[in-house]
Design a protein around this ligand. Sequence first.
Ligand SMILES: C[S@@+](CC[C@H](N)C(=O)[O-])C[C@H]1O[C@@H](n2cnc3c(N)ncnc32)[C@H](O)[C@@H]1O
Length: 262
Amino acid sequence: MSSDPLPAVSTTTPNVARMYDYYLGGKDNYAVDRECAEEVISRVPLTREIAQANREFLGRAVRFLSGEAGICQFLDIGSGLPTQENVHEVAQGINPASRVVYVDNDPMVLTHARALLATDAQTGVICGDVRTPGDILAHPELHRLLDLSRPVAVLLVSLMHFIPNERDPYQAVTTLMEAMPTGSYLVLTHVEHRRELEAGAQSYNRASAPVELRSLDQIGRFFDGLDLVFPGLVNVRRWRPDERVTVMDRDVPFYGGIGVKR
Ligand SMILES: C[S@@+](CC[C@H](N)C(=O)[O-])C[C@H]1O[C@@H](n2cnc3c(N)ncnc32)[C@H](O)[C@@H]1O
């Protein structure tokens, strides 16, 4: 387990990790988070459903990677507060040898992750920021757990819309995937740019990270140079739905896909 010093937890600024926890029905959030989250929900009533659909996609993606794709190394950046079906639980449930490195830049996420997720020798937690991917890639904890000469699944799930264009989001993804060997995977989900989401996105301007809405084409650019596995970049609910999907009949404005490096 890494012991990087942590920045202080702010209870006065709405926090995107804790707002997501609130959408999912979690208890790791403060009044300031709930107030901003309720404003988002009042502007975009589908918000809780979007969070749930995203989380369900993450579970299916890890099951696909651990099972069909035979992946046993995971780098989960923007991993979020511990909840149900955490990546190492799903992966190790299929392949007990799976190794998982969680990365987040949020102090409360890191504290909880160190207590609740990094509970075995194959799971680690790093303080890192996707905007500085070189620091993540150089981190000793990453190299203690992951062998970058063998395929790795890089998870950027509900993360890249928190990175505005001026912070080079596409270059960050390219840098991460260039460091991974052939046979590695990228898992990415992202909110879509729709007019009815703009007011909700504006609420995030006073939170710990703003939201950048992107079109389907702009989201697709994150997969440049990779081959998308079936069914491609689709509405998250339509990515290989299984019996665990809670709502089947309504799309959410959220896209997800898995690309493989050939
Ligand atoms: C909406 S949550 C997603 C959690 C999880 N990946 C999921 O999809 O269930 C976004 C997470 O990204 C983290 N995050 C936001 N900006 C980040 C950055 N620049 N670098 C690393 N993590 C970041 C937040 O702290 C939060 O935990």
